[in-house]
Ligand binder design. Structure first.
Ligand code: UT7
Length: 329
């Protein structure tokens, strides 16, 4: 008995924030952003929408792609660090937007690694025999925690959502294995200081801009390259897999130079690495899911292909998985 991805979907808000737009907001340049990150533009959520709206749209597409009735879904796992509210969970809000009721719904907070963590949770719950169809959705409005006066972070982030239907299967296709890791000692390299129980919202937290993301970029850069490369090597070793066996590597899209560094350290030619960073920037948990959906829909993944996803983010957290793609088209 195993579990496989039977449908994917993604949703990107229409509004585009280009490097040229950012040049008018902070002291930066298209040249700096593109050469240092590989990004050209990113999507921004409209004021009247939140993460659950993006997540619900992506989920509808995944449900339709899987060709299932929404009522067949038994659980919703939402990966987000930009939940609509402190509580209830964004998964419960998405459930309501999908017209579902009486199923298990909860959020997970693993930042950029969240989609892979969610898939792994779904895989194990399905393999336990208790569930047959789980919706994993990653939805992020990173623009809501971005300080558009801080050039070191505001050029990097975008909004979007992705979803996957993980289903019971009894053939050789599906999610084979995942490797998950984290290191809380580096939590101070990437975080939003206020808005939780440590520093609830106050005039001081607002005036101190403490509801926005703080990041130590260059320290993170080094750890990201090593942690993602290590996550790939570990999952390959455990499953006796080589880069030649894998058709496509789908990495988190935080920086093209991180992706190139990981590809080099793990022996992947860039032709076998999926990159869409120029269009969307870093969408945290949604990045890997959107990349997976685009890779499938553009024909870069076919039935029988072995693919590897890998991510790294706040926590710090990291994750990799191996999937033998089982869906046609
Ligand atoms: O999602 C997972 C977690 N996030 C990450 O993994 C992000 C990892 N880090 C990175 O991607 C890179 O470190 C950044 C893109 C954030 C920064 O690139 P960098 O090559 O590490 O630059 P740096 O931070 O070392 O800064 C180099 C210079 C500095 O100026 P000085 O001190 O050399 O005069 C910065 O002030 O670039 C300056 N700088 C900028 N200049 C123009 C920083 N941001 C900008 C900017 N435009 N937007």
């Amino acid at each position: 008995m195993g579990s496989t991805i039977t449908g994917t979907g993604s949703y990107l808000p229409e509004k585009i924030l280009t490097n040229a737009d950012l040049e008018k907001m902070v002291d930066t340049s298209d040249e700096w952003i593109f050469t240092r990150t590989g990004m050209k533009e990113r999507r921004i959520c409209p004021e009247n929408m939140a993460s659950s709206d993006l997540g619900a749209e992506a989920s509808k597409k995944a449900i339709s792609d899987a060709g299932i009735n929404p009522d067949e879904i038994e659980m919703i796992i939402c990966a987000t660090i930009t939940s609509d509210m402190v509580f209830p969970s964004t998964a419960c809000i998405i459930q309501n937007k999908l017209g579902l009721d009486n199923i298990a719904c909860f959020d997970i907070s693993c930042a950029c690694s969240g989609f892979i963590y969610g898939l792994e949770l779904a895989r194990n719950l399905i393999n336990s025999g208790q569930y047959r169809k789980i919706l994993v959705v990653a939805a992020e409005c990173m623009s809501r925690v971005t300080d558009y006066t801080d050039r070191s972070t505001c050029v990097l982030l975008g909004d979007g959502a992705a979803a996957a239907i993980v289903s019971y299967c009894d053939d050789e296709y599906g999610i084979i294995d995942s490797y998950l890791g984290s290191s809380g000692k580096y939590g101070n390299l990437l975080y939003v200081p206020a808005g939780g129980s440590r520093l609830p919202a106050s005039h001081e937290t607002v005036s101190g801009r403490l509801h926005f993301m703080k990041m130590e970029g260059s320290a993170l850069f080094r750890i990201a390259v090593n942690a993602m490369s290590d996550a790939i090597k570990k999952i390959f070793e455990r499953n006796n897999v080589n880069p030649e066996d894998v058709s496509l590597l789908i990495p988190h899209q935080a920086n093209i130079r991180i992706i190139q560094g990981v590809a080099k350290l793990t022996g992947f030619p860039m032709e076998k690495v999926f990159v869409n960073i120029e269009k969307y920037g870093n969408m945290s948990a949604a990045s890997v899911g959107v990349a997976l959906d685009e890779a499938v829909k553009s024909g870069r993944i076919r039935r029988g292909d072995l693919i590897c996803m890998v991510a790294f983010g706040a926590g710090l957290t990291w994750a990799s998985n191996l999937v033998r793609w089982g869906k046609n088209g």
